[in-house]
Design a protein around this ligand. Structure first.
Ligand code: NDP
Length: 676
């Protein structure tokens, strides 16, 4: 059998293993299948290449171009995913596990691609919040912005998700405009290497955007500067060691960690045996114990059940786990494969010996279990093992020992406060779940446990068909947790992109803020329009172009007509005495929607033209009532432009309705789709 050379991709060249390379064994057969690492890797050249080539190339592209690139990468990897499946069996993962790692990783690219197009501007600067007003005459204002960090993101990943682990960090990094150097765990680096090769072969990534370290990083972390970011997943010990690197501390290098986690799942007090929630709970626990052979940072390590139901949960789990076929992950009948290595198996055995001092093993025997189609000793196999801790209050080890395999400990709780207290004894976790059909229980868990957990997953009979599972982090939601879980945060939609960008407070005149943010700022110099803006194409319209309409007087007839026509005969429009008793109104007032309709009547250009559709209205505020006899006029300003398809883009218009005294009656943002 040929042994794979796992190469690094450094400064545009593939570098084969060399001095200091480590052998990698198959999780299933124990045979050496690959070798990785090279002590003479030029890490400075890699950092330079990312900073001087990758960063500038990515920053030339805007958010939307980078989002399109992520989508295309996802499509390319989808076309080639069979190759990734084939090579991944040697890590001990089953086809079902590949769904989490490979399909889950590709799915993350798609989510960031789509969020990038929908939620980020079609440009280079991301605005954070609204313009801040702090000057009397509006000539000096503030706006927070995000721009990409100008260094390199170093991603150090754990062995358990060689594809997802890389892509969940890479998607927000590239979308944010930062290049990455990816360092997978050596044990499964051959899978990551193939995925990196595929992405580079696709030709979709600009030069320098992605490099790979197979093996050790040498002194790379000593060479990081204030513009670099480290994003780490792995053990708490390694996290502590790496975040203490002097250069990281001295240069305040951003360091996020996702480390050990004693996740828990609570069976709600309402979920009696026989209820849909009880069965759901058992199913979730069984899945978390067996997917990836329990090697998931989010797996349920502590099962919390009402004391009266502990036995019933153990019995139900025993029944379900008995059907769990362990063996060669490439066999279709196999439900659970091997751990990543015999070293990792030894680590789990050590950890269960610790758990065994406080809990009794009630399911599974590491010395006596069946393995189908593979050698139990040569491969890194273990059976699912459940421990029962009878005195969780006195115990300490069960709340702090992570056996990173198919291992979980069940403990009984007296009441919900006790359950919350036990869940929080993990001292910070990635996820806790609650299986309950009672909203009051959910409120107590969310408020009592929220501070200790990065995510709270609640499932019941209503959501169970569509729920994504306790252990599945979603790209839309944050992944990370306080304390023992590392104190970091990843993904979470666009929040995750911001980890790779710097927030800066910009202060200046409205014209300056408008120029930087590429979005209209009230008070900026009004630009005259050569023709009605509705006759101008998306391309021709410029931010700040403004028209002011003629005025229109509002009569009592208008108000009455609108009231009877629409059926909105609210007293403030119809009854002068009642309106006057209301602190907001001096008399019968015009309907807000009447004003909006008249405003449209004032600014619309009726003929067919580049405006294709009115797609919405945001941030509507009515500031001043309008009574019969008042008149209104409208200012319409191009606020922001965002390309949407090859044919048209969205124009956001800043609209103000003013009265005869130039006082603000209403403001809103109007959205239209305009042809290019
Ligand atoms: P480690 O913390 O040992 O390794 C994680 C990553 O850090 C790997 O890529 C590793 O590379 C790298 N690394 C280790 N030392 C250094 C260093 N000095 N400089 C740069 N990179 C370094 O975790 P493992 O993957 O070995 O897993 C060990 C334990 O961590 C598990 O048993 C489990 O308890 C926990 N774990 C937790 C996870 C979580 O998300 N909560 C996920 C995975 C593991 P290399 O492989 O080359 O050593």
């Amino acid at each position: 059998m040929t042994i794979m050379d796992v190469s690094s991709y450094a400064a545009g060249e593939w570098v084969k293993p060399g001095a200091g390379a480590r052998n990698i064994a198959s999780a299933v057969t124990g045979e050496v299948i690959a070798t990785a690492g090279n002590d003479s890797l030029d890490v400075q050249a890699m950092l330079d290449h990312a900073r001087n080539v990758g960063g500038p190339n990515l920053r030339k592209m805007g958010f939307h171009e980078r989002a399109k690139m992520l989508k295309a990468l996802g499509q390319y990897l989808t076309e080639h995913k069979q190759k990734l499946y084939d090579i991944s069996f040697a890590t001990g993962a089953t086809q079902g596990d590949h769904g989490f790692d490979i399909d889950g990783g590709i799915g993350t690219l798609y989510v960031f691609a789509s969020k990038g197009r929908r939620e980020l501007p079609d440009g280079h600067v991301l605005l954070d919040g609204d313009v801040e007003e702090f000057s009397r005459h509006g000539t000096f204002k503030g706006q927070h912005i995000y721009t990409p960090m100008q260094g390199v993101a170093v991603h150090i990943n754990a062995y358990n998700f060689p594809v997802w682990g890389m892509l969940e960090k890479l998607a927000p990094t590239l979308l944010g405009g930062m290049p990455a150097i990816v360092k997978p765990a050596t044990a499964t680096s051959y899978v990551t290497e193939l995925c990196v090769k595929l992405m580079l072969d696709s030709g979709l990534l600009p030069e320098g955007a992605l490099q790979l370290v197979a093996g050790g990083t040498g002194d790379m972390l000593d060479r990081l500067t204030c513009q670099d970011v480290v994003s780490f997943t792995g053990s708490a010990d390694t996290a502590l060691k790496l975040r203490s690197t002097p250069a990281i501390l001295q240069n305040a290098v951003r360091f996020t960690a996702e480390a050990d986690s004693l996740n828990s799942s609570i069976l709600g007090p309402d979920a009696e045996p026989g209820s849909p929630e009880f069965d759901l709970f058992v199913k979730e626990v069984q899945r978390e114990m067996t997917v990836k052979a329990g090697q998931k940072c989010t797996a349920i390590r502590r099962i919390l059940a009402p004391e009266a139901h502990v036995e019933a949960v153990i019995d139900a789990l025993r029944e379900r786990l008995a059907k769990n076929v362990i063996g060669d992950p490439a066999n279709e009948a196999t439900r659970m494969g091997a751990l990543v290595s015999t070293g990792q198996r030894a680590d789990v055995l050590e950890k269960i010996a610790i758990l065994g001092t406080e809990a009794e093993r009630v399911i599974g025997d590491p010395d006596n279990f069946e393995v189908h189609g593979a050698d139990r000793e040569k491969g890194a196999f273990l059976p699912p093992m459940l421990y029962h801790c009878a005195n969780p209050d006195a115990a300490t080890k069960v709340h702090e020992t992570e056996a990173f395999g198919p291992v979980s400990t069940i403990m009984g709780y007296r009441d919900l406060d006790h359950a919350i207290d036990l869940a929080n004894r993990g001292q910070g976790s990635l996820v806790t779940s609650l299986i309950s059909n009672d909203p009051d229980t959910a409120i107590k868990v969310a408020t009592g446990a929220g501070a200790y957990h990065g995510r709270i997953y609640i499932n019941n009979r209503t959501s169970m068909k569509e729920a994504t599972g306790h252990g599945a982090p979603l790209p839309h939601m944050i992944h990370g947790g306080p304390g023992r879980a590392g104190g970091g945060e990843e993904m979470g939609g666009i929040r995750g992109v911001k980890h790779f960008m710097q927030r800066t407070a910009i202060q200046g005149s409205p014209d300056m803020l408008q120029a930087i943010g590429n979005q209209f700022v009230p008070g900026a110099t009004e630009k005259p329009v050569p023709a009605h803006p509705f006759t101008r194409t998306f391309t021709d319209l410029e931010i700040g172009e403004t028209i002011t309409t003629d005025a229109r007087q509002i009569t009592l007839d208008d108000i009455e007509h609108f009231a009877t026509f629409t059926g909105d005969t609210f007293y403030a429009h119809m009854d002068a005495e009642a309106a006057k008793r209301n602190p907001f109104f001096p008399d019968r007032v015009a309907h807000g929607y009447l004003l909006l309709s008249f405003a449209a009547g004032l600014f619309v250009e009726p003929n067919e033209g580049p405006v294709l559709a009115n797609t919405g209205l945001d941030d509507l505020r009515f500031m001043q009532p309008v009574v019969a006899g008042d008149s209104i006029h409208v200012k319409l300003t191009v606020k922001r432009k965002t390309r949407r398809t090859d044919a048209y883009g969205e124009v956001r218009w800043h609209v103000t309705i003013l009265n005869q005294d130039e006082a603000l009656v209403a403001t809103y943002t109007l959205l239209t789709m305009n042809a290019y």
